[in-house]
Design a protein around this ligand. Structure first.
Ligand code: ZN
Ligand code: ZN
Length: 646
């Protein structure tokens, strides 16, 4: 008899299964660890007396993960025979694992307050990669020679056997802290510790610290204080330092709490709770828990200075600040990932970290390029990663996103494709529906209804093109009486009128809407945030179309302006915007499905990563069980994958 413990795991990333294996090896526990497409199975001998101790101890060494879900256990006569997922061997970019964190806070360790602490299955690895294959000689650490202790670890340590980026304070990357007059170089454990202590102290006392992290430069500060050079504290990202007091400041459900503290550490928009938080950020804030060694050590010292949270803005090395914390190793940072959670659904909205690099199937050996990401065949598989980590390779065909610049005729067999086409194909392939007819909705600032006939994606109901210049002229000629609205609007909101009269031509409808409503965050995010604060029931119908079932941006704006003149509250309006879009989509999609005889519905585009719209779509289209991206972001970044199926 065997005792089997299985946990649902919704990714092909190997680090959790590998950490379990390393732990078993260290504990000399006999267990088979098997990862399949949707779970991790541990098979033990039933009579093993150390079983209970092993399972209890696992909680201390295996981190929480976005991809981990419910577990169960049972007995079986035979070992389960299942297909394992492939080994990846790709550089990670997540937070340090519990064992590595322990070293960072253990004064007897060679890595006490060493922010670059990592092991084979955790930490910031990708920022150091310069090209494939992933070996030390192909990373920016190639000139650092491991000390004797690190060398020994590399030969035998369960967590760091053959680890390309092995280093410690004795042989690793140096840190320095500078203010306007002086520079302090950290040379030993005590210095490293002192550097983070001073930085946290500076932030607590109202100063700004520019810090190089594994995810690029961040200007850190206390958002409760005003600072020169930071126009609006409310537009910063909240860095939670004290998880114990998180519930005091934020209104979050269990799924959100678990996601924030997962080893992947995504960005998440959450509702604010405490008065001080509402005062700074309004109804919601983009939040995260420290995601790399630098932020983590700083946060730890911040707690000692009484800070439950800090804030940061992403910037470059030239940003003005009171202090600078820097290191000389070049890094290659990835765009941070934004996560969306609605009950048990988790979607990557946008970004690269956590998701890429990814290994994918690519039978045609095609190279695809979109948004600075490339899919390149290497041996039998293909890897998707930043363009710059690939050397030039031969290929029979090249697919480049239409909007991508700098790729004019570089290959004799070159094809251009549209974002919506590739996004839809990415989702269809993830759900094994390539070749079957389907209806798609791509909503990324503009709304498009798509039809896939089994061969090609067609834009069946495109949006009427939107140009934001000469806006008033377009609105006043929309329909009878529109010119009167323009006149009334000019009287009631002269400043907004003036701004809208001078817009550049290339702004999207959500930016223009945010300006119309006078939101601080003049973007799609700003409208989403405002919509989140509406707690009532809907009912306001915003005009989304006039001609041929197509979405009309000008009619939409006109509708919002009339409500504005009728004194409708902003949050009610923003909520209604998404509700109206949800109804429009919910009405049109079933009609299109009937017309083409398909029940497969695909949703793509970042706009769907929004609570009000998502909830509305579940109500209007729930029966169709719409398909969305699983392993890739729902918006731009799934195109590089989808292009393999065009
Ligand atoms: Zn580790
Ligand atoms: Zn060392």
């Amino acid at each position: 008899m065997y005792f089997i413990f299985e946990i649902a795991f919704s990714s092909n990333k190997n680090y959790i299964a590998n950490l379990i294996r390393a732990y078993a090896k260290q504990e000399e526990m006999e267990v088979d660890v098997l990862q399949t497409v949707d779970k991790i199975l541990m098979t033990f001998k039933e009579e093993d007396e150390n079983l209970e101790k092993f399972l209890l101890g696992m909680e201390n060494v295996i981190p929480a993960s976005l991809f981990l879900d419910k577990g169960k256990h049972y007995f079986a006569d035979k070992k389960p025979a299942l297909m394992p997922v492939e080994k990846l061997d790709l550089p990670l970019n997540i937070a340090p694992c519990p064992s590595c964190q322990k070293e960072m806070f253990d004064v007897s360790s060679r890595r006490y307050f060493y922010p670059f602490t990592s092991c084979t299955n955790c930490g910031s690895q990708h920022p150091f990669l310069t090209k494939y294959p992933y070996i030390r000689a192909n990373t920016t650490m190639k000139f650092l020679v491991p000390c004797k202790a690190c060398e020994e670890e590399r030969n035998s340590h369960t967590l760091r056997k053959d680890y390309p980026l092995i280093s410690c304070i004795d042989c690793g990357i140096g840190l320095r802290m500078l203010d306007k007059d002086t520079e302090h170089m950290a040379l030993n454990k005590g210095d490293y510790r002192q550097l983070f202590k001073s930085s946290a102290g500076a932030i607590a006392s109202g100063k700004t610290v520019l810090m190089k992290t594994m995810h690029g430069y961040r200007k850190l500060f206390n958002p409760k204080t005003t600072h020169e050079g930071i126009k609006n504290n409310g537009l910063s990202t909240l860095l939670i330092t004290n998880a114990a007091n998180l519930n005091e400041h934020l209104m979050i459900v269990e799924q959100e709490f678990n996601a924030l503290l997962s080893i992947e550490r995504p960005l998440l928009r959450v509702a604010t709770k405490s008065e001080e938080m509402k005062h700074i950020y309004g109804s919601s804030v983009l939040a995260k828990y420290p995601d790399d060694g630098m932020s983590m050590l700083l946060a730890g010292e911040g707690v000692k200075h009484g800070l439950d949270y800090m804030a940061y803005i992403e910037c470059d090395s030239t940003e003005e600040a009171d202090y600078l914390v820097d290191f000389d190793m070049p890094i290659n940072s990835q765009k941070d990932i934004k996560l969306f959670i609605n009950q048990d659904t988790k979607l990557f909205v946008s970004g690269e970290r956590i998701v890429f690099p990814a290994k994918v199937q690519n039978n045609k050996k095609r190279i695809s390029i979109a948004h600075d990401l490339a899919c390149v065949p290497i041996e039998n598989k293909s890897i998707i990663d930043s363009l710059e980590v690939f050397d030039a390779v031969e290929t029979t065909e090249l697919y480049v996103l239409d909007a991508e610049e700098g790729f004019e005729n570089i290959h004799s067999n070159q094809h251009r494709f549209e974002q919506y086409q590739a996004s839809m194909m990415s989702v269809l392939s993830e759900h094994y529906k390539v070749g079957q007819k389907a209806i798609g909705v791509h909503f990324d600032g503009t709304l498009n209804f798509l039809y896939y006939n089994g061969k090609k994606v067609i834009n069946a109901v495109p949006t009427i093109a939107f140009e934001s210049d000469n806006l008033w002229e377009k609105i006043s000629t929309l329909r009878e009486g529109s010119d009167r609205l323009v006149g009334n609007y000019k009287k009631a909101y002269p400043e907004v009128w003036e701004r809208l009269d001078n817009l550049a031509g290339d702004m999207d409808i959500f930016e223009v809407t945010a300006i119309t409503l006078g939101l601080a965050d003049e973007s799609f995010e700003g409208i989403s945030a405002e919509a989140l604060s509406f707690l009532g029931k809907g009912g306001l119908q915003i005009d989304t179309r006039v001609k041929d079932n197509r979405f009309d941006n000008y009619a939409f704006l006109t509708s919002i302006m009339s409500y504005q003149l009728g004194d409708v509250e902003n949050n009610f309006m923003c909520y209604s915007i998404y509700e109206s879009f949800g109804d429009y989509i919910g009405e049109l999609v079933p009609q299109l499905c009937d017309k083409v005889g398909s029940n497969i519905v695909v949703l793509t585009g970042e706009t769907f990563g929004n609570q009000s719209l998502y909830a509305r779509i579940q109500r209007t289209l729930g029966q169709k069980k719409p398909l969305m991206s699983k392993n890739f972001p729902i918006g731009k970044e799934n195109a590089v994958h989808g292009a393999l199926y065009l």
